[in-house]
Design a protein around this ligand. Sequence first.
Ligand SMILES: *Cc1c(COP(=O)(O)O)cnc(C)c1O
Length: 755
Amino acid sequence: MRAWPPVVVSGVHSGVNPSPGLGVARSVRAAWPGAAIEALDYSTESTGAHADLFDAVHIMPRWEHVSLEAHARVVAGLLAARSAVLIPGLDLEAEVLAGARPRPAGLLAPPAEAFEHVRKPAVAAARGLGLAVPPSVVVASPADAEPFVAAHGWRVWVKGGRYEALPVFGLADLVEAMARIRRTWGDRRTLVQAHVEGPEESIAFAALGGDLLGACHMTKTQTTAEGKTWGGRIGELSGADRERLAGFVARTAWSGGGEIEMVREAGTGERHLVDINPRFPAWIHGATIAGINLPAALVAAATGRPWRPSVRPGPAEFVRVVQEIPARFPVGVPESSDGPVPGVPSVGKGHPSGMPSLARRLAAPRPAEAGDPGPVRDPLGEGLGDLLDDAGPTPVRIFLEERLQRRLRLAADVAERAGRAAGVPMRVAYSVKTNPDDRVLKLAREHGLLAECISLPEAQRCVDSGFGSADLVLNGPGKWWHREALAGGLGERRFFAVFADSLYDLDVTRTLLADGWLGTGTLGLRLAPVGFRSRFGVAADLPATYAGAVRRVRDLAGEHRFGVHFHLAPSRIGPDAWLREFKAVAALAAGVSGAAGAGVRVLDLGGGWSPRQLDDGTAGAVLTAAARHAAAAFPALEQLLIEPGKSVVEPAMVVVSSVLDVRRSREETAVVVDASIAELADGTTQLAPVLWRARSAGGWRELPRGGDAVWGRLCMEHDRPRVGLRVPPGLAPGDRLAFLGAGAYDASMSYRFGA
Ligand SMILES: *Cc1c(COP(=O)(O)O)cnc(C)c1O
């Protein structure tokens, strides 16, 4: 009897995010119970290597220890010695082997050129397959991604060029995800792709030399926390899908296994391409159970080994289980070529096959340092270069008075127009906590703004700088902290508006009002958002809370103007989500107001806009839409309020610092400055430009975006006031850096430390 050559499978790790090797091996075994099957992997931590299914296990040297050419030769020799075939289970390994010259005989993987076809975002391949592709950009830094991400409601994916996709819900996620992809995989530029909501599906297929051997469809029925398949339903492809897939396979001269991952958009039903993988999926044995054995079809076609495909379909649904098996050899201390990657827990999310270090080797080398950026003649566009030149001893925060005046006028103008469009006047209350600097408060008052305070000491500060108590809006859970301030000071103690943050807070406020400690024109409730988690406001979507709110508001009728407050930062969730949330909260407010018989007369729309959203008209457009909606929803509405903070004040201050040291390493370059998180307290999510002036030559230049960082003077690991910059070669100790956009929380959260 003829001895059939062994089948070697690689990528046998079986964890939370498994590779397909074990499933491939079990499918081969199902077709030929006597087949010789061998495992190939890169660490004894690849748990599937311990399965008794394998007749032999080859643990290869770690990726950083071998030349890629030598590795391909060793694998080729191993296959040749046995006349074996190899079904690779690791994308990058498949790519390296497919690109080797000569290509190892017996390698069942696509040709090298096919890997280019499936490189993300694979727009052309998707078109051929009849799939849409979610919009995407490829960027070098979070600042470059921000406009795209904001336009897509902050719901995007950050994707490694070859592996891993991380969900993003806000600016901090974006910064962290891009840093993690760079750290783990070595990508210098990152794909950022819009999220599509809907169920996930896949197509798995096998092909040889451009001929489609078989395919199946899978709908996920269960997923892990990371979205990996844990259960699924197998089905046949439609005729049209099969035809398009055959075309794709022929065009790419595909060999080996493959997977097309998709998401079916809720509502439209349109299918979008997520990824094309150059290997079988990890759930491939689920298809075998259903009677579609694609690994067997591949081996049979490649080796001529006789095999009779099942004619009766098996159970269409599969689930995964976890199973303990004896370890074949000691695993002991981790041999993983990747050790613990900072921020990547080694259990569950580890990569025992060493893909991160292989990816870092394959990643484009760090671009040769471009020269220094050219000087910007007038960095701030307002002749303020001189101001920075004359900054004096550092670190120092410089106040840009004219710039603040211009932004206060802009905010007032936006409110004026939105109010006019809705037929209800809109006023601006400056958010004091964003930056309580006396110079800022004074200008806000001179521009006719109200002030929004979250404590009585803040209110006192406003009164001291010239506001009347009737110009103040009181907010937040801590407003009656230091209530002794009500005994003296605070002028008339008659406020413009007081919004309670909880029902208890409303009760306390009403007691203080009844006892004559204060007065207010408007008394209202802050309502919590519905679709986002927030620790603030009354959750009126809960029936008991709703009833409690109605009862209290009914009692209130007549004494004060009834007001509703809503604040959720559009800089974080994007303008579309903000408007959606506002409408949801407005519906709740209309319900409470109707049931209580108290019309909403004052509506406060909060703040949280970014400077860019104020400058580019986004805030104006969305506030106008919200104001119009409010005017229709609340017939008794007399007054609209907004409470901008950072959109107005962030660009109005600059911190100037001196460079103490420049540390260059393979991973990143860091500039150590004499400023720190004590002066730049809100840095990690801050995208404003940083300017540089060399000690020798005059002229301020803007630092380009990139993967470098600014470190502070403090002995604290997290003193990294700015990230996402590129440090030019000429930058040296004694130079100066000016941090723009340091006028909001960078200022109010700053503290004396090591000073
Ligand atoms: C913080 C805050 C603001 C201002 O937020 P910015 O992000 O600085 O615009 C406005 N209203 C409320 C209730 C706040 O808590």
